[in-house]
Design a protein around this ligand. Structure first.
Ligand code: B12
Ligand code: SF4
Length: 449
C-alpha cells in the first residue's frame, strides 16, 4: 500500500509595526488541514508565530494570559523600502528563524506545503516563509491562499509560490489534489452547507488555551469599508446545535474553557442562531468564557439577548459602532445608529454587565474623516459609560470605499499592499493630523464621565 502523502500547513510570521495575539488562531488554514486529513492525507502544522511545543519553549520571552491572549516574541528588523519614511520601529513577530528551520527538519518531509496569509500588508511574512521553504524543500509544491491572496491576487503572484488560490480553500480542494497528486476527493463538503465542513484541526496545536469559533461565513450588510462580502459573497450559517456540539467537544476532550467568536455577523437574526446556542450553553452549566474580538452587531441587542449573553459567559464584548455621525453611518452602510448604542448599553447593564465591559470600536482615519468627528464619537461612547477603541482604517481593494481611499491617500495603495497598514493611517488627510490622532488615542484611555 502507498504511504499517505504528507501535507504541511504553515502560518507565516507577521511583519508589522505592532501585533498582539488577540485570540488569534489560524482557523481557515486548519479547516483545510482537517479536510486533507479526512481525505486520508497525513498533516503537519508549522506556526511561525508561536511555538506550541511545550518541551521547546525556553526561548520564549513573552507570557500569555490564561484566557488565550498575549504578546508574540519579536525581533526588530529593517523596514521595507516603501515604509522607510515612517518613524516607528518595524518587527518580525513570531519564532526565531533558527527554530523554524529546526522544526522543519523534525517533521516528515512534506509532499506539499500550504501557506496562509491574513492582512494584505502582512505579505512579507508569507514571502519569507515561502522563500525558506523553497530553499529547504526543493521540488515540493508550495501553495499560497488566505485573505491577502484573495484581495491582492496579482500582487500575490510575486510570492514565489507555485500557485495562489484566492477564496475559500475548500472550493479548490479537488483541483489541488488532482493537479498535484492526480487524486480524487473521498469526502467533500457541500459548499452551501457549513454544517458539512470539517471542524478546524486545532488538535494539531497541542495544548489549547482557547478555540475560535466560526458559526457563519459572510455578512448580510454591505459596509463600504469592509471586505466581508468579497471574501464570502453568500451569508451562510451553521445549525446552532452543531456549534454547541463543537464547543462541548473541545471542552470535554481538550479541557478548553475559553472560546473566541470570529464571525462577521454572529448576532444577526438572534432566533436563528445566537439565542438557541446561548440557551444550550446556559443549560450545560459548563462555566465557559466567550470573547468577541471581532465586532458584534449592536442593533440586535435586546433585553433577552443581553441576559443570555451574560449568563452564557460572554466576557469580552466588542461592538462595531464606527462613528456617531449619522451621515457617515448612513453612507457607509447603515448597520447601526446612535439609538442602537444607547439602547444596547442600557440592556447590557440591566443584564449584569458593567458599562465599562462594553467595548465599542470606532473607525479612525477614513477618507475625509475629521478629528472632530472621532472626538465626538469617543465622547458619545464615554458619555454612556462604555469603552471606546480606535480601529485605524485599513483600505481594502475591491471595497466600495476603495476608489475614495486611492484618491485620498498619498501612498501607492494600488501597487503596494504594505501601504494598507492601518498604523500608517494611510487615508487620513489634513483633517486628521498625527498629533490630533495621538491625542484622540489618549482620550480613549481616560475613564468615562
Ligand atoms: C477574526 C478576525 C480578526 C481577529 C484575528 C484573527 C486571526 N486569525 O488572526 C482579530 C480580531 C484579532 C483581528 C484584528 C484585526 N483585523 Co481582522 N479579521 C478577522 C476576520 C473577521 C476573520 C478571519 C478568519 O479567520 N476568517 C475565517 C477563515 C475560515 O478564513 P481564512 O482564514 O481566510 O481561510 C480561508 C481562506 O482564506 C482560504 N485559505 C486560507 N489560507 C489558505 C492557504 C491555501 C494554500 C489555500 C489554498 C487556501 C487558504 O481557505 C480558508 C477556508 O475557507 C476577517 C474577515 C473575514 N471574514 O475573513 C478580518 C480581517 C482579516 N481583518 C481586518 C482588519 C482590518 C483587522 C484590523 C487591522 C482591525 C483594526 N483596524 O484594528 C486588526 C489587525 C490585527 C493586528 N494588527 O494584530 C481586515 C483585513 C485588512 C487587510 N488590509 O488585510 C478583514 C478582512 C476584515 C474587514 N473588515 O474587511 N481580525
Ligand atoms: S456589518 Fe460588519 S462585517 Fe458586515 S459588512 Fe458591515 S463591517 Fe462588514
Amino acid at each position: 500500500m502507498q504511504r499517505p502523502k504528507h501535507i504541511l500547513f504553515v502560518t507565516p510570521w507577521i511583519y508589522d509595526f505592532a501585533a498582539f495575539d488577540f485570540w488569534m488562531k489560524p482557523l481557515g488554514l486548519l479547516s483545510l488541514a482537517a479536510l486533507f486529513r479526512d481525505n486520508g492525507y497525513s498533516v503537519n502544522y508549522l506556526d511561525c508565530l508561536m511555538d506550541h511545543d511545550l518541551a521547546d519553549q525556553a526561548h520564549r520571552k513573552t507570557r500569555r494570559t490564561e484566557h488565550g491572549t498575549g504578546h508574540f516574541d519579536k525581533e526588530a528588523i529593517v523596514k521595507p523600502a516603501p515604509l522607510a519614511f515612517f518613524q516607528r520601529r518595524y518587527y518580525r513577530y513570531g519564532i526565531p528563524m533558527g527554530l523554524f528551520r529546526r522544526k522543519l527538519l523534525s517533521i516528515p518531509p512534506p509532499d506539499m506545503v500550504l501557506v496562509t496569509s491574513m492582512m494584505t500588508y502582512w505579505y512579507p511574512g508569507a514571502f519569507e516563509a515561502i522563500h525558506l521553504l523553497r530553499a529547504s524543500l526543493p521540488g515540493v509544491p508550495i501553495l499560497l491562499g488566505g485573505n491577502y491572496a484573495t484581495l491582492c491576487p496579482d500582487h500575490a503572484r510575486q510570492s514565489g509560490a507555485d500557485r495562489i488560490f484566492p477564496g475559500p480553500g475548500e472550493w479548490h480542494f479537488s483541483e489541488i489534489i488532482k493537479t498535484f497528486f492526480n487524486d480524487r476527493p473521498r469526502i467533500l463538503p457541500d459548499f452551501d452547507d457549513l454544517d458539512t465542513y470539517p471542524r478546524p484541526a486545532f488538535d494539531l496545536l497541542g495544548r489549547l488555551d482557547q478555540v475560535p469559533l466560526l458559526t457563519s461565513r459572510g455578512c448580510p450588510f454591505r459596509c463600504s469599508y469592509c471586505a466581508s462580502n468579497q471574501l464570502y459573497p453568500k451569508f451562510m450559517r451553521r445549525h446552532p446545535l452543531r456549534v454547541a456540539e463543537e464547543i462541548f467537544d473541545w471542552h470535554d476532550r481538550f479541557g478548553v474553557r475559553h472560546f473566541s467568536i470570529y464571525d462577521d455577523a454572529f448576532l444577526v437574526d438572534p432566533p436563528s442562531l445566537a439565542l438557541p446556542l446561548l440557551d444550550t450553553i446556559v443549560q450545560r452549566k459548563a462555566n465557559l468564557s466567550f470573547h468577541c474580538p471581532n465586532g458584534l452587531h449592536l442593533r440586535q441587542i435586546t433585553p433577552v439577548l443581553s441576559r443570555m449573553l451574560y449568563r452564557a459567559g460572554f466576557r469580552t464584548l466588542r461592538f462595531g459602532f464606527e462613528t456617531f455621525d449619522p451621515d457617515r453611518q448612513a453612507t457607509t452602510g447603515g448597520k447601526v445608529n446612535n439609538d442602537h448604542l444607547i439602547a444596547a448599553v442600557r440592556y447590557l447593564c440591566e443584564a449584569g454587565y458593567e458599562a465599562s465591559d462594553i467595548g465599542v470600536y470606532l473607525l479612525c482615519g477614513l477618507p475625509g474623516q475629521t478629528a472632530e468627528e472621532i472626538d465626538g464619537s469617543i465622547r458619545f461612547v464615554q458619555s454612556l459609560g462604555a469603552k471606546p477603541y480606535l480601529a485605524e482604517y485599513s483600505p481594502i481593494p475591491g471595497t466600495a470605499l476603495w476608489p475614495e481611499a486611492l484618491q485620498s491617500s498619498p501612498y501607492d495603495l494600488l501597487n503596494e499592499p504594505l501601504c494598507h497598514n492601518n498604523t500608517l493611517l494611510p487615508c487620513a488627510g489634513d483633517t486628521l493630523p498625527e498629533p490630533a490622532y495621538r491625542e484622540l488615542k489618549l482620550k480613549t484611555r481616560m475613564s468615562p464621565r
